[in-house]
Structure formats: structure tokens, C-alpha cells
Ligand binder design. Structure first.
Ligand SMILES: C[S@@+](CC[C@H](N)C(=O)[O-])C[C@H]1O[C@@H](n2cnc3c(N)ncnc32)[C@H](O)[C@@H]1O
Length: 267
């Protein structure tokens, strides 16, 4: 049994490597929401984000296999990944990782396109005003929706906390909201809370187990707690575990304060 780095209410963080299959038993996760390293040269503390592409695919295969083993038969996985890679050779990252996931046994359900408003990836035009070798860059990311055995969830509490408006808006697979500020969060690649919030409310029941094998600053875990789910996160880097711990304490603490405050006002 591995020792948690931190545990608070329904949230547990482990300072562990998700490539290590033995850290958990099989079949316990209801929904994984994660953004793995993109292999685009981001300066994380503990992992090399500039593997050659074959090694990156091999790394992806390992963590996707472990998540498959840890997931319940009716469990799901939402993988936030780039559509493609432009630096250091054009690669179809989204297509390649989706194919690898299916080879492992994951079933494909759908892909949500995240239209990230404040992305700034336009650094090169290729051949300016010439058909010689122009670059086309789509300012979007993918959220690939996969499941283990059955898409229809018959287990769990069956308690939902999604509104009619949210359900109608979010089942349209074009999601438009801004990315998160690295500076504000203090992590090199956080996703915004809106992403796990939508994923959790749309694809899981209350009290389900939500997992993030690359939890970074703890964004998925915060939304798990707020939405009455159980959040489990791993990060290989102790500094990011500490960041996630402090963020959880701050954000969850303020949530309780806001709720009490609202309660006081209405009473
Ligand atoms: C793209 S970031 C995830 C950010 C997160 N979604 C957030 O909102 O803060 C990827 C994270 O994976 C962690 N990481 C990289 N390799 C890992 C591994 N093998 N096991 C666990 N964590 C790893 C990095 O330290 C980094 O924090």
C-alpha cells in the first residue's frame, strides 16, 4: 500500500510515477481526466518533455495501459492532448495516441474539440505568401473520450448534478473557453477548471472515483471535490504535489467559506 502525499476530505494526492502499475489494484476508477505531458519541450521539474517521438509513443502506451488496468469495466477516460505537433517535424499526435489507446483495449467514443481562445502558437508561417511550404496551425486541443468495456453506466449512485442548460451546451462537442495562466497557478501547463468541471458533470455520477495520473497543480481534484466526487491524483514531482496540496486547501477552503456566507445571507 503506497503512502499518500496528502489527503483532505475526498481528495488524495500521491507523489508517484504513473508508469508504475503496481501502485494500485485493478478496476477502481470511474473516470480519468488528464492532460499528459505534450512532449513539446516544457520545462517540468522531474520529466523530460523532449523525448524522440517513438519514445513519447512508448511512454503514452505505458500510462494508457496502466489506466486501463486500474479502470472499472464501465469506466471512462478523457484524454486532453494536442491535435498535432508542428515543432521538430509534423506529427498527428491526436490520431497516434487515439490509435494506441484502441490497441490497448480502450473503446473510442468521441472527440471534443477544445477551442482555446487565448492560445498563442503562431510563431512561424512556413513560406510567407507562398504555396511553397506554408504552415497551417489549428488553435485547438482535443479531449478524446474513451471507455473500457461498456459505454452505458448502470453502476454508481446515478446522482447527477448537471443542469439542463449545461447538458445541452456541453453535448455539443465544440467547447470554447480560455486556457489557464501558468503564472497565476505557478505550474508550466495547467488546464482551466472549466475542463474537468464539464467532464466530471457530463461523464460521472456523484460519489464516483475521479482520477488524474498527471495531476500537476490539482485542477481535476478541486473540481472533483466541488462536485461531490472522490478525487485521486498522481504527480511524479514533489513540488507539484505541494502546489496541488496548497491549491486544494485554498480553493476548497474558500468554497466552504462562500457556501457558509451564502447560507448566512439566505437564513
Ligand atoms: C500537462 S501537466 C498536467 C497539469 C494539470 N492538468 C494541471 O491542471 O495542473 C503534466 C504533469 O505530469 C507530471 N508527470 C510527468 N510524467 C509523469 C509520470 N510519469 N507520472 C506522474 N506524473 C508525471 C508533470 O510533473 C506535470 O505536472
Amino acid at each position: 500500500m503506497i503512502t499518500p502525499y496528502f489527503s483532505h476530505n475526498n481528495i488524495t494526492i500521491f507523489n508517484e510515477n504513473c508508469l508504475n502499475k503496481d501502485i494500485f489494484e485493478s478496476d477502481f476508477i470511474d473516470l480519468t481526466i488528464t492532460s499528459p505531458p505534450y512532449n513539446v519541450g516544457i520545462e517540468y521539474n522531474s520529466n523530460n518533455d523532449e523525448l524522440n517521438y517513438e519514445n513519447y509513443l512508448d511512454f503514452s502506451k505505458k500510462w494508457l495501459s496502466n489506466c486501463f488496468y486500474w479502470t472499472k469495466p464501465q469506466g471512462r477516460l478523457l484524454m486532453n492532448i494536442p491535435l498535432d505537433k508542428n515543432k521538430g517535424g509534423q506529427k498527428a499526435v491526436g490520431a497516434d495516441l487515439t490509435k494506441i489507446a484502441q490497441e490497448i483495449g480502450w473503446n473510442y467514443h468521441s472527440t471534443i474539440i477544445w477551442n482555446e481562445g487565448n492560445i498563442s502558437r503562431r510563431t512561424a508561417w512556413g513560406s510567407w505568401l507562398s504555396a511553397s511550404a506554408p504552415y497551417v496551425i489549428a488553435p485547438v486541443e482535443l479531449i478524446v473520450v474513451l471507455y473500457k468495456d461498456d459505454w452505458k453506466k448502470t453502476g454508481g449512485t446515478k446522482k447527477n448534478n448537471i443542469t439542463k442548460e449545461e447538458f445541452m451546451a456541453w453535448t455539443n462537442g465544440l467547447w470554447t473557453f480560455n486556457g489557464e495562466s501558468k503564472k497565476r497557478i505557478g505550474h508550466p501547463a495547467p488546464f482551466p477548471r472549466e475542463l474537468p468541471k464539464r467532464a466530471i458533470k457530463l461523464f460521472s455520477f456523484e460519489e464516483d472515483i475521479i482520477f488524474d495520473p498527471f495531476c500537476g497543480s490539482g485542477t481535476t481534484l478541486i473540481e472533483s471535490e466541488i462536485n461531490n466526487r472522490i478525487g485521486i491524483g498522481l504527480d511524479i514531482d514533489a513540488n507539484y504535489c505541494e502546489l496541488a496540496k496548497n491549491r486544494v486547501l485554498k480553493e476548497i477552503g474558500s468554497l466552504i467559506f462562500v457556501n457558509n456566507h451564502e447560507k448566512n445571507i439566505t437564513n
